[in-house]
Design a protein around this ligand. Structure first.
Ligand code: SAM
Length: 218
């Protein structure tokens, strides 16, 4: 598995998805196979998403790399993730943020909350990643403000509570758009009410369902 992980990371580097040593080291270290559903764990180093049950997916490694690079993470950051899934992306981000950093990640499906906690525990990330069950579109005010916020599900627009929970100077990344077309959007908070937005390109994600996202049975 380690050889396959090394080959995939090398490929993502050559394809330009990984650009920095810290993202490379983190993706070399975090065992994606431990976050996959057991029936597909032997495919952990194919660069593609896989079903994880309840209509959800584990993101493709290149998407995890893009988000980690564009967030420009540094040691000690406090980070909020919306959409834990089985916990892989959160573990990669936590690895980059180091021992002083912390990832708070929100998941709305209880079975995935439970499974992701197990995965993060067995891989040694449970001290640095806190999984919260609930609607991530309202954020997690208890630990705000955050240096970085990112979503791994797609919302019709950036949820206002998340913008409010971002530090001034902080960055937020989230897929935004309809069922058919979504863009990965980078938002930078310049001041209290000044936000700059940049489009990072087309993507495909599952919907973010919640108060400031899509309705349950869209
Ligand atoms: N981060 C995951 C990984 O490491 O592969 C990818 C997760 S999957 C693409 C998106 C997740 O977002 C799903 O598990 C889904 O249940 C969750 N989700 C959707 N809407 C949500 C919401 N409002 N709050 C929290 N989680 C949500």
């Amino acid at each position: 598995m380690k050889e396959k992980r090394k080959d995939l990371v090398e490929k993502l580097f050559n394809q330009g998805y990984i650009n920095t040593e810290k993202v490379k080291e983190a993706m070399l270290k975090v065992p994606r196979e431990e976050f996959m559903p057991p029936e597909n764990s032997s495919y952990a180093y194919l660069d593609r998403p896989f079903p994880i049950g309840k209509g959800q997916t584990i993101s493709a490694p290149h998407m995890v790399a893009i988000i980690a690079e564009k967030l420009e993470l540094t040691d000690g950051m406090r980070i909020l993730e919306i959409g834990t899934g089985l916990g892989y992306n959160a573990a990669v981000v936590a690895e980059i943020a180091g021992n002083e950093g912390h990832v708070y990640t929100i998941e709305r499906i209880p079975a995935l909350v439970e499974k992701s906690r197990e995965n993060l525990n067995k891989t040694g990330y449970s001290d640095r990643v806190t999984v919260i069950e609930g609607d991530g579109t309202i954020g997690y005010p208890d630990k705000a403000p955050y240096d970085r916020i990112y979503g791994t599900a797609s919302a019709p627009k950036i949820p206002e509570p998340l913008k409010k929970q971002l530090k001034i100077g902080g960055k937020l990344i989230m897929p935004m758009g309809s069922d058919y077309y979504q863009e990965l959007v980078l938002v930078m908070r310049i001041s209290d009410d000044d936000f700059q937005t940049r489009n990072l390109g087309g993507v495909v994600f599952v919907p973010m369902i919640g108060k400031h996202g899509w309705p349950e049975n869209k």
